[in-house]
Design a protein around this ligand. Sequence first.
Ligand SMILES: Cc1cc2nc3c(=O)[nH]c(=O)nc-3n(C[C@H](O)[C@H](O)[C@H](O)COP(=O)(O)OP(=O)(O)OC[C@H]3O[C@@H](n4cnc5c(N)ncnc54)[C@H](O)[C@@H]3O)c2cc1C
Length: 291
Amino acid sequence: MVRKIADILQEKKRTYSFEFFPPKTEKGRTKLIEETAKEFTELKPDWFSVTYGAGGSTRELTIEIVDQLQKRYGVPVMHHFTCVGHSQEELKKILQQMKQRNIRNILALRGDAPEGAQCWTPTPDGLEYCYQLIELIRSYGDFFSIGVAGFPEGHIDCPDKETDSKYLKIKIDAGGEFVITQLFFDNKDYFEYLERAKKVGVNVRILPGIIPITSYQTLLRFCGTCGATIPEKVHEIFKPLDGNAEATYRAGVEFAVGQCNDLLAGGAPGLHFYCLNKIEPTKEILSKIKR
Ligand SMILES: Cc1cc2nc3c(=O)[nH]c(=O)nc-3n(C[C@H](O)[C@H](O)[C@H](O)COP(=O)(O)OP(=O)(O)OC[C@H]3O[C@@H](n4cnc5c(N)ncnc54)[C@H](O)[C@@H]3O)c2cc1C
């Protein structure tokens, strides 16, 4: 039986979850499914999650990987799912396929405009906002447990943080059951986000998304895309180490251990790791924090 994340959250005070992306090559997929995920099961995951590509061929791989991981390891696996490039009919078809494969956990997302596009425009006959996707998923009743994305610094296209919290509330009212945040490096942003969410009546769990830093250049690229701020202290640590993989790795683990310990001590209900299909940094971080 595949467990719903909403039920797991009822039982556990803290959860630890690990996010993967679908590798482009068959060799990469075999490695993820047969080796990497197996190693991750030793970290006692509450669930895995698999991202949904912005477009192109890796999208159909998400459902395959989710299905295989669930069957192989008995760990619940959350299928990320976006509105990008899909009409409502297509979205329904994919939901039906998920149901047939007993995929019961979805991270509902709007997705982003394709690279090169000036701004977000919905697909003809598609959906404009994530809350509409949640409503569509909820038309299947309680079969699916639904998570949503949260933005401690406010979404990049949202005029201000208060408006961002109101939109979060709409997603929860539509049927979102928990929140996973965008990556951030200043825990103050996370704790203030919790306060704002509480103020507008969001009472579901808000799980901090953690990215272990293993490359300064990748950090710059990621944050450039998603709009997360890189605090000066992070530049100060990692910029001088640029190009030194070993030193960056060590500093990345140390930084994340400090960040995670502070989050948990401050009451965060667990951690969600953006693992980028690599076990090492996450494994080491988890071994050094007070779970
Ligand atoms: C944990 C996590 C995992 C992710 N995984 C993926 C993935 O697998 N694949 C992928 O492509 N992307 C992924 N993303 C990125 C995500 O798709 C983008 O950040 C996207 O821009 C926002 O998605 P959303 O679901 O929050 O959208 P929405 O909640 O719909 O918000 C999008 C924009 O619309 C505004 N808005 C929301 N509701 C309303 C409203 N009612 N009226 C007016 N404006 C509104 C918001 O302020 C925001 O600016 C992930 C993000 C996170 C945090």
